[in-house]
Design a protein. Structure first.
Length: 338
């Protein structure tokens, strides 16, 4: 394998009698979109690989697609966290676009358009964002999950403006990479799933792209990682594999309900029905009250608040159903998100 830089932000990898051009883009720069088009038209490649997964491509193509989703089906299917992640990414992209006066991902969409124009095959080379999030989530403990969640929410709703120095730095990144970097800065332990694995995945998909000449359009931040692991054997199936729930997590999911029920039984057998009633009432009011408070803070409909109040004491004893799912389902039935 031989690697050489043929011009600024363009590397040529000669591998197994194939020519693979890696174009490192500044995702928020019109110059990058022009560079992507220039290299593709010059090389007329068999394939053009872009740093997008199907979900992100669809999001860029139709940013408001979520408005037409059947939110009820999403919640029933247990995919509410996926929708949340996509909305956060869309919000982050819009925030960058508004402040930088550009449209993030424009160079990827330009590359796809040019590839279609000259008859090259398009390869969506990035790993599904949902898989990345699931693998990241599984690597965290409870407090890590909470820190990640608050970091995401704080970053989304922060009103802090980006100064000129930060704008110049952002011209060497993209929305997803910035979001991933915020996570890895807050929780260094998640870097493997968020960044390193994606570098490997991109390299594997680029190598697997059909044809002798391939042009790959990726964020400049990924180029060093792709080049360093390009000659290695990369198991894409392993990187796509969803992690199995940890045995300890499963055990804890059942331990708490069993502990609470055991306390009720113990109270009944040692203190009588009256004491058990008091314990059950305390459990009901505390769980119901906190569930209702959560819905109230989320500006839920009064019926959603009521549903959260009634459901929370029971869903807390069932590891398969979350009180938030019940509240979310009721809210979606009453007021379809706009």
């Amino acid at each position: 394998m031989n690697i050489e830089t043929i011009k600024d932000n363009v590397d040529l990898i000669q591998y197994d009698d194939r020519s693979i051009y890696i174009v490192g883009t500044a995702h928020v720069s019109e110059v990058s979109a022009d560079l992507a088009e220039e290299v593709i038209r010059e090389q007329c490649p068999d394939s053009v690989a872009v740093e997008l997964c199907d979900a992100r491509y669809t999001s860029l193509k139709n940013p408001d697609r979520w408005k037409d989703m059947d939110i009820v089906s999403v919640i029933r299917g247990g995919k509410s966290y996926v929708l949340l992640a996509q909305l956060m990414l869309a919000g982050f992209q819009k925030k960058l676009g508004d402040q930088l006066k550009i449209k993030p991902g424009a160079e990827m969409m330009r590359a796809i358009e040019v590839a279609e124009d000259i008859g090259s095959k398009t390869v969506l080379a990035d790993r599904d964002i949902r898989t990345t999030l699931k693998r990241t989530w599984s690597s965290l403990g409870f407090f890590g999950m909470m820190k990640l969640l608050f970091s995401m929410i704080f970053g989304l709703f922060s009103t802090q403006e980006i100064d000129e120095k930060e704008i110049e730095r952002l011209k060497e990144s993209d929305a997803l990479e910035e979001l991933m970097k915020e996570f890895s800065d807050a929780l260094p332990g998640v870097r493997t799933a968020l960044i390193d694995e994606r570098d490997q995945y991109l390299a594997g998909k680029i190598k697997a792209a059909p044809g002798n000449t391939v042009v790959a359009i990726v964020g400049a931040g990924h180029v060093p990682g792709i080049k360093s692991c390009f000659a290695k054997d990369i198991d894409l199936e392993k990187l796509e594999k969803l992690p199995k729930p940890k045995k300890l997590t499963k055990a804890l999911a059942w331990f708490i309900p069993c502990l609470v029920l055991g306390m009720f039984i113990y109270g009944f057998s040692n203190s009588g029905a009256e004491k058990s009633y008091e314990m059950a009432a305390t459990w009901f009011w505390w769980n119901g009250g906190l569930g209702a408070l959560g819905s109230l803070l989320a500006l839920g409909h009064p019926l959603t608040i009521l549903a959260a109040f009634v459901a929370s004491p029971f869903t807390s004893l069932n590891p398969f159903i979350a009180g938030g799912w019940v509240a979310g389902l009721v809210e979606a039935l009453i007021r379809k998100p706009r």
